[in-house]
Design a protein around this ligand. Structure first.
Ligand SMILES: Cc1cc2nc3c(=O)[nH]c(=O)nc-3n(C[C@H](O)[C@H](O)[C@H](O)COP(=O)(O)OP(=O)(O)OC[C@H]3O[C@@H](n4cnc5c(N)ncnc54)[C@H](O)[C@@H]3O)c2cc1C
Length: 403
């Protein structure tokens, strides 16, 4: 469904979100980073908050947001300006993801996929011609992209993939299928990972309209309902060799893209957690039971205190990881720790915040249920919660426990 802004019922509720800053983390941000955060926060209040509950309830992707996000500059912000990015640092990128996911994880998924999983591999592994052809259109939002790694039989173990390419003169013939692909049903291009005849994993750009390429939508999701997810089906798709990413060879290429996206997820989940916390804090001050605001009860205060503690720890993790990313020193295991921790605390906070809202918390009047359901995907995609734990276990012991 091609949904324009007018197709959604607009909420009359004012979004007056301000992020908690218990440890004065804002003092660690530059003027530019604070400005970027403020502009994305305003964008979310104006464009996402008013329609997101309706979009999620209807299960419709607000496609108009793609162009608007492109205009705002949130696609591939760390990619140089000449290739359609913004030439920004990783903390700025993280803050963007935090603010967008504060609005909705599905909207952040759209931005993460476009920037970290489509633009980044083309920028890092693509030819000059591919970069000039695709990156500016992806950066501006004229094109939407998707990233095809997962297959029906290979999720946590993508190296087992069956999707393959065979040589045919100046072309390759692509066969196979990909599953659970964010943005797929609407994507103009897909960065697809497939094995060549030597069994090496290669990246290839598949363009909508190529014969034998289809993107059926996956229906019935209870999670990321405002994001569109689909399959990628390749039935003898004939693709020019010039669409193969020349510098990508082996599983480490798609995994390097995932590192970037997971970094953004660590910040994004923090955004969802902050939204739930702020909603719960305000509700607890206003809701009267036993003639007092429920905020006056110790058990409510315990919940709020624990939420703020976890949010503050997650903020510190994100900021430090951002510094390491800027210095090119962030390791896969450090990113795993951040993604795993921040999504877990966000899920717990969403749940506790929902309880503070009592019965009202189950409605779309408040954001917790939507965040909670969204986070059920976020805890699974880009490496499941347990796989990240095993990546950390490997780092600690030198012993790989997942193969
Ligand atoms: C909404 C959504 C959007 C997505 N978007 C994309 C996308 O854009 N592109 C893309 O390529 N993929 C995407 N994915 C796929 C996602 O990355 C996979 O779902 C994820 O990697 C897990 O794979 P799986 O679902 O096949 O689960 P499985 O790998 O089958 O895992 C099932 C369970 O077994 C556990 N498990 C598996 N192996 C081990 C082990 N060795 N030790 C211990 N436990 C193990 C897992 O932790 C999990 O709990 C998306 C998924 C969802 C839900």
């Amino acid at each position: 469904m091609n949904a324009s802004a007018q197709e959604f019922n607009r909420s009359s509720k004012k979004d007056d979100f301000e992020s908690p800053d218990f440890y004065l983390m804002d003092d660690l941000l530059t003027e530019e980073q604070l400005l970027i955060r403020a502009s994305v926060r305003e964008f979310v209040k104006k464009e996402i908050s008013p329609i997101i509950e309706d979009a999620a309830q209807k299960g419709v992707f607000p496609e108009f947001i793609v162009q608007k996000m492109g205009d705002l500059g949130v696609f591939g912000p760390t990619i140089p300006l000449e290739y359609g990015g913004q030439g920004l640092d990783y903390i700025s990128y993280g803050l963007m993801m935090q603010e967008i996911e504060r609005g909705d994880s599905g909207m952040r998924s759209t931005a993460s996929v476009q920037g970290s999983l489509v633009m980044f591999p083309i920028y890092k592994y693509g030819s000059e011609e591919q970069k000039r052809k695709f990156l500016p259109k992806l950066g501006s939002g004229e094109f939407l992209g998707c990233f095809g790694l997962t297959e029906p039989d290979f999720g946590s173990n993508p190296g087992g993939m069956r999707t393959n390419i065979k040589e045919d003169g100046d072309f390759v013939i692509l066969n196979g299928s990909k599953m659970w692909i964010s943005n797929a049903p609407k994507a103009d291009i897909a960065v697809v990972w497939a094995k060549n005849e030597q069994g090496r994993i290669k990246g290839i750009i598949v363009e909508r309209g190529m014969e034998g390429f289809s993107t059926p939508e996956i229906h019935g999701k209870w999670s990321l309902r405002a994001s569109t997810t689909g399959e990628l089906v390749f039935d003898n798709v004939r693709i020019p060799k010039s669409n193969i990413l020349p510098e990508a060879d082996g599983l480490k290429a798609p995994l390097s893209c995932l590192d970037n996206a997971r970094y953004g997820i660590a910040w994004g989940a923090l955004g969802a957690a902050m939204d739930c916390y702020e909603s719960a804090r305000k509700y607890a001050m206003e809701r009267i039971q036993f003639d007092k605001p429920i905020a006056s009860f110790q058990l409510i205060q315990k919940k709020l205190a624990e939420m703020l503690t976890e949010i503050t720890k997650a903020q510190l993790i994100c900021w430090r990881l951002g510094k390491l990313k800027n210095e090119g020193k962030a390791s896969t295991a450090q990113i795993s720790l951040a993604k795993r921790n921040n999504v877990e605390i966000a899920l717990t906070i969403a749940r506790e915040a929902r309880q503070i809202h009592g019965g009202m918390g189950i409605t779309g009047e408040y954001p917790m249920m939507r965040h909670q359901m969204n986070l059920e995907s976020v805890v699974t995609y880009e490496g499941t919660h347990d796989i990240h734990l095993l990546i950390l276990g490997h780092e600690i012991t030198g012993i790989q426990a997942f193969k």
